[in-house]
Design a protein around this ligand. Structure first.
Ligand SMILES: Nc1ncnc2c1ncn2[C@@H]1O[C@H](COP(=O)(O)OP(=O)(O)O)[C@@H](O)[C@H]1O
Ligand SMILES: [Mg+2]
Length: 372
């Protein structure tokens, strides 16, 4: 087998830009060098694309001299166009490994570019990415699949601007307290508030509305334990063992996730008899309910008070540093980081080959459109 050119794409325009740099660096370091040639592709916060050895250092600290690049959306070319002193040269690409979290990376938009270019890519396709990005839409599909979700309400940010106080009263009446208020299309806990006091609700709604065109209000799971499962595969996905996050803060906010380094990951999670199997089965059902492919991390909340289990959310491009939950969960079941990357690339290539084999065109019997 010849070495494949893998474009690892990192950075991006979301609030998770920095996290993505760390994930992207880990992936590039770990890819088996005898199987792959890494083509680093960094997307700046301004949305510009860079490649070359210096792409990472440039995004991290504005150092080095990377080259501008573009991915043309024309099908079948399998290239990046690279600016070579004012002339565009072609860098061949066999498969893309996007490691961009959040909007414009994990939400189907970037995946749409790969689809147009007919390039194989790692992870969920356009639809699953978009639906998983939207916490309201994904809850609806989980509900339809019979997977337990917490009671929730959602509003447009436009409504919040017009009548936040009235909406706050309605939410308290229907859901009670405490609550979580979220912008449904974000990640890394940005814009999320835990509300315990009715007087603070309208402000929490307005805060979430600054980040998104929708606002989600959901019942807080009492004394929640956070359990996460890694899922891998296309039509026959497998689940890892469940792991537990013990956040260093009141909830798993941005600082607890990345900054203070004090949150703990317990692998495997210690769970009551039978719960382990139930969660793994539910993780695969949730993955299927959204049509996920390649990979996803499925997050659950268990109430310490009642023992009740709920799905919280699916992330289609989970944190991918070597100490992140997703790779560590598979490491725990005997799939080391570099082998996990091999499998993800394999799933990407297989899906691509299957899609290429589909019938894509239809030729009408008559030239009816010429006469219109
Ligand atoms: N309904 C809930 N009950 C208890 N804790 C919650 C609830 N929703 C969110 N949280 C807490 O907030 C964190 C971030 O919420 P989440 O919906 O996972 O957003 P993000 O996509 O930003 O990770 C969770 O990891 C958890 O600590
Ligand atoms: Mg989360």
């Amino acid at each position: 087998m010849s070495r494949k050119n893998v474009a690892v794409i990192f950075g991006g325009r979301s609030g998770e830009h920095e996290v993505s740099l760390v994930s992207g660096q880990s992936v590039m370091r770990a890819l088996h060098p005898e199987r792959y040639t890494v083509v680093p592709v960094g997307i700046g916060k301004d949305g510009r694309w860079w490649t070359g050895e210096d792409a990472m250092s440039f995004l991290r600290s504005s150092e080095g001299a990377p080259r501008r690049c573009l991915l043309p959306p024309e099908p079948g070319r399998n290239i990046l166009l690279v600016d070579d002193g004012g002339r565009w040269t072609e860098q061949p690409i066999d498969v893309v490994f996007p490691v961009i979290h959040g909007s414009n990376g994990e939400d189907g938009t970037l995946q749409g570019v790969f689809e147009l270019a007919e390039l194989p890519f790692v992870g969920a396709g356009v639809t699953a990415s978009a639906v998983a990005m939207d916490k309201v839409l994904q809850k609806r599909l989980h509900r339809e699949a019979g997977i337990p979700i917490v009671p929730f309400l959602h509003y447009t940010s436009h409504d919040i601007a017009l009548r936040a106080e009235e909406i706050a009263r309605e939410i308290i009446e229907k859901l009670g307290l405490p609550l979580f208020i979220k912008p449904p299309n974000l990640g890394s806990s940005v814009g999320i508030t835990r509300v315990t006091d009715a007087d603070a609700l309208a402000d929490a709604l307005r805060h979430a509305a600054r980040f998104d065109r929708k606002v989600l209000a959901e019942v807080a799971v009492p004394e929640a334990r956070e359990i996460e499962v890694a899922v891998l595969g296309n039509e026959d996905p497998v689940a890892s063992v469940p792991g537990e996050v013990v956040p260093s803060n009141e909830f798993y906010d941005y600082d607890a996730k990345y900054v203070d380094g004090a949150s703990q990951l317990l692998i495997p999670a210690e769970l009551p008899e039978g719960m382990d199997e139930r969660i793994r089965r539910m993780a695969v059902e949730a993955y299927r309910s959204l049509d996920c492919e390649g990979m996803a991390r499925v997050d659950f909340l268990i109430s310490r008070a009642s023992g009740e289990l709920y799905i919280n959310e699916i992330n289609t491009i989970p944190g991918f540093t070597s100490i992140s939950m997703y790779p560590k969960l598979f490491d725990a079941v005997g799939i080391p980081y570099a082998d996990l990357l091999d499998r993800l690339i394999e799933f990407a290539l297989r899906r691509h080959a299957e899609k290429q084999a589909l019938t894509r065109s239809y030729t009408p019997k008559e030239d009816w459109y010429r006469h219109e």
